[in-house]
Design a protein around this ligand. Structure first.
Ligand code: ADP
Ligand code: MG
Length: 312
């Protein structure tokens, strides 16, 4: 297969590992900086160009789209979809997962456990909003934040109101969320490929911090997850329409709750903690998906969305 890895930087660990894994399994990978792709949107003949050449021989696309370039990146992925090229994650799934509110709304209506979450627009509603999510302590998050930046723990109702008011004054969109204190600063990253959690790790916040992000000094270790956590992670990825996802779960008193779903989960931490060849598993998954799609095309059958089995 000719595999296009849409990534801004060849040297990133995850990009390098996907290239290595593709070569090891006999494929032909190329890394494409999607910000340098340009396209024509024309009836019957959508095209993508890169470096003066048309990209018309790609069998499969692996998007690795950073949060700050979601808009352009997902437009490039969508263009490949218009050209009927198979993409590991579809643009719709990438866009949904980048908006924490949208993701939680989709998960909530399918019964996935979530921290109680509120969303409002006007300072006049703050008191009621705080009451709705169960009062302080509570977590306030910027809708589009990543790496723990823009996630604040407000210990008292007064602190919560002032922080919410300040964010609203800046016209920033925020979520207000029940603080899962019993998780004790730890969360679980479940790495989902297709219908399986192929690896999981616990991330723990450093002393004096409640955010477990590795970028905020958190540390990680191997963990065994429960069947309920496993099915929560797999269902969440499927609801958002992602074939590959990093699903972050907190262990709460009311069962596993999903915090967020990442559509370009990093490979470095999870491969080093588990010792597993996750990049190889992604390539293997693509081989199987493409084979099934081909078979279905030959038999003129419906191709299920996102290339997952109907039984999933
Ligand atoms: N409701 C919550 N209760 C307890 N801890 C939380 C909650 N929400 C977030 N956290 C902690 O803060 C970290 C960052 O929050 P998250 O929503 O994942 O934002 P980001 O996208 O910036 O990583 C999480 O990994 C978790 O450790
Ligand atoms: Mg996170």
């Amino acid at each position: 297969m000719k595999i296009a890895i849409l990534s801004r930087n060849k040297k990133l660990y995850s990009t390098r590992r996907l290239v290595e894994a593709a070569i090891a399994r006999g494929h032909d990978p190329i890394v494409i900086d999607f910000l340098r792709c340009y396209m024509t949107i024309a009836s019957h003949q959508p095209t993508i160009h890169f470096d003066g050449k048309e990209l018309n021989d790609i069998d499969v696309v692996i998007p690795r789209i950073g949060a700050s370039v979601s808009f352009y990146g997902s437009a490039v992925v969508r263009q490949f979809q218009m050209m009927k090229t198979h993409t590991l994650n579809k643009s719709e799934g990438i866009i949904r997962s980048r908006d924490k509110l949208h993701s939680l709304q989709l998960l909530s209506c399918k019964g996935i456990g979530l921290p109680i979450t509120g969303f409002a627009n006007r300072p006049a509603e703050i008191d009621d909003l705080i009451r709705m999510v169960g009062g302080a302590p509570l977590v306030i998050k910027l809708l589009s934040g990543t790496q723990g930046i823009g996630v604040v723990l407000a210990e008292t109702k007064q602190a919560a109101s002032s922080v919410i008011e300040a964010f609203m004054g800046l016209k920033a969109n925020i979520l207000v969320q029940e603080y899962i204190q019993e998780a004790k600063g730890a969360d679980i990253r479940c790495f989902v490929i297709g219908n399986k959690v192929v690896a999981a790790m616990e991330r723990k916040a450093k002393a004096g911090e409640f955010r477990s992000n590795l970028h905020r000094g958190g540390s990680s270790k191997l963990i065994k997850i429960t069947p309920e956590e496993r099915s929560t992670a797999v269902r969440s990825a499927k609801i958002l329409g992602l074939s590959v996802a990093g699903v972050d779960i907190l262990r709460s008193n009311h069962g596993p709750v999903v915090m967020e779903v990442n559509s370009s989960p990093g490979l470095k931490g999870i491969e080093s903690i588990t010792g597993k060849d996750i990049a190889g598993m992604i390539i293997e998954f693509l081989e199987k998906t493409l084979k099934n799609t081909k078979k279905r095309k030959e038999h003129n059958e419906d191709i299920p969305r996102y290339g997952l089995k109907k039984s999933a």
